[in-house]
Design a protein around this ligand. Structure first.
Ligand code: ZN
Ligand code: ZN
Length: 390
C-alpha cells in the first residue's frame, strides 16, 4: 500500500539519511554512470512508441530523405530529453543534499530538481512542446482536484464531471470556430475540429457543410462510433491473446461506452448546428455554444475527470493565444515554459509524496522513461520510512 509522505514525516525520518539510502539505492556512489545508460534505453523505447503512434495518427507520409531525417531527429531529441530529465532528477537530489550541508529537505528532494530540469523541454521543437505543456498542466489540475477530494473538501461526481465537460466543450467549439478564419490555428489535440463558419451566397444552404444535412449528421455519428469501437476492440485484443474464452464471455454493453460517447457527441453537435443554421437562415460561430454544451451530455456514457479538464484547458489555451495576439501578455514572458517546469516538479513530487492523488499516467511515464530506475528511488524512501515507523 503506497503511503502519503508528509513534510513532517520526511523531516523526522529522512533528513539525515545518506543519498544511497533514498536516492540511488542501486549504488553507494553519487557518480555512477550505469543508470544513465538505463535512462537512455527506457526513453528510447518509450518515445519510439509515442513517435510512431503520433506519425501514424497524423497520417504522415515520408516521401523525401529530408522527411525521414527530421522524424529521426525529433525522435532522438525526445529520447535525449527523457534521459536528461531522469539523470538530473537523481543527481539533483544528491546535489541539493550536498549544498544544504549533507541534509535532505522535503522540497529539494524531488520538487526543485524536477522543476529546474523541466527546462530540458526546450529540446522539443515548438510544435511538439505545446501539446506536452498542455498535457502536464491538465494533469496538475487533475491532481489538485483529487487532493481536494481526498481532503474531503469536494466530491467529484459523474454529474459534476459532465457539467464541466459541457462547459468546456461549448467554449472550446465556439473559440475554435471563431479562430477558423485565421491562417494559423492554435495547435490543439481535440476529439473533433468543427467546420469553419460559412458566409452564405444567395441560393445556398446556410449550413457549414455541403450535401444534405441528414447525410452529414449520420456520417459523423457513424465515423466516430466506429473509431470508438475500434479503439475498444484493440484494447480488448491484448487480454484476448492470453485467455480467449474469459475475455469473450466478459463482453457486454459496457464495451460500447466509448463508441456511444463519441458517436452521440458528434451526432448531437452536428444536428444542432444544422438545425440552428436552418432556423436562423445563416451560420455563426455562436451556434457552437449551445451545440457544444448539449452534445456534452454524451459524456454521461463515459465520464472521466482527465477528459473534462482537457476540454476546459483547450478553451483556455485558445483564449490565451488571443491575449498574446492582442499584446495583453508580452511575448517576452515564456508563460508555457514556466508552467511546464512548475507542473513537472509538482507531478514528480506528487508521484512520490502523494501517490493516491497522482494521475496514473505520471506513474507509467516515470516508470517507462527511466526503465524502472526512478521507481527504485521511490521504493527506497518508502522502505526507509516503513523501517522507522514499524
Ligand atoms: Zn548521491
Ligand atoms: Zn445541415
Amino acid at each position: 500500500m503506497m503511503a502519503e509522505i508528509s513534510k513532517h514525516l520526511f523531516d523526522s525520518i529522512c533528513r539525515d539519511l545518506h543519498c544511497s539510502q533514498i536516492v540511488h539505492p542501486w549504488t553507494k556512489s553519487c557518480f555512477d554512470v550505469w543508470p544513465i545508460l538505463q535512462f537512455f534505453i527506457g526513453s528510447a523505447k518509450f518515445y519510439l512508441v509515442v513517435h510512431l503512434v503520433q506519425n501514424l495518427l497524423k497520417g504522415k507520409k515520408f516521401k523525401t530523405r529530408e522527411d525521414v531525417r527530421r522524424a529521426l531527429e525529433y525522435y532522438l531529441r525526445s529520447t535525449l530529453l527523457g534521459a536528461l530529465v531522469c539523470s538530473t532528477s537523481v543527481s539533483g537530489a544528491c546535489f541539493f543534499r550536498w549544498l544544504l550541508g549533507r541534509r535532505f529537505n522535503y522540497y529539494t528532494y524531488i520538487f526543485i530538481p524536477n522543476m529546474l530540469n523541466g527546462l530540458f523541454i526546450l529540446l522539443e521543437p515548438p510544435s511538439r512542446r505545446g501539446l506536452v505543456v498542455n498535457l502536464f498542466c491538465n494533469m496538475v489540475v487533475e491532481y489538485w482536484l483529487r487532493s481536494l477530494e481526498h481532503a474531503g473538501w469536494i466530491r467529484i461526481t459523474k454529474l459534476k464531471m459532465t457539467l464541466l465537460f459541457m462547459l468546456g466543450s461549448s467554449l472550446l467549439f465556439y473559440l475554435m470556430r471563431l479562430e477558423g478564419e485565421k491562417t494559423k490555428r492554435t495547435p490543439l489535440l481535440w476529439l473533433y475540429t468543427p467546420e469553419k463558419v460559412k458566409h452564405k451566397e444567395p441560393g445556398e444552404t446556410p449550413c457549414p457543410h455541403s450535401g444534405p444535412c441528414s447525410k452529414y449528421i449520420l456520417k459523423g455519428t457513424a465515423t466516430y462510433f466506429s473509431a470508438g469501437l475500434a479503439f475498444t476492440v484493440v484494447n480488448l485484443l491484448r487480454p484476448l491473446l492470453k485467455s480467449p474464452l474469459t475475455t469473450l464471455s466478459s463482453l457486454s454493453g459496457k464495451h460500447l461506452k466509448l463508441a456511444m460517447f463519441l458517436g452521440s457527441y458528434i451526432g448531437i453537435y452536428r444536428l444542432i448546428i444544422c438545425w440552428l443554421c436552418h432556423k436562423r437562415g445563416s451560420d455563426s460561430a455562436a451556434h457552437a455554444l449551445p451545440a457544444g454544451a448539449i452534445a456534452g451530455l454524451s459524456f454521461l456514457f463515459k465520464p472521466s475527470l482527465g477528459v473534462a479538464i482537457a476540454a476546459l484547458s483547450g478553451a483556455f489555451k485558445i483564449f490565451s493565444t488571443t491575449l498574446y495576439e492582442k499584446k495583453m501578455i508580452t511575448e517576452k514572458v515564456d508563460l508555457p515554459l514556466m508552467l511546464y517546469c512548475l507542473s513537472q516538479g509538482t507531478l514528480f513530487h506528487a508521484r512520490c509524496m502523494h501517490p493516491r492523488a497522482c494521475p496514473s499516467y505520471v506513474f507509467n511515464l516515470i516508470k517507462s522513461v527511466s526503465n524502472g530506475y526512478v521507481d527504485l528511488t521511490y521504493a527506497s524512501i518508502e522502505e526507509a520510512i516503513k523501517r522507522r515507523v514499524m
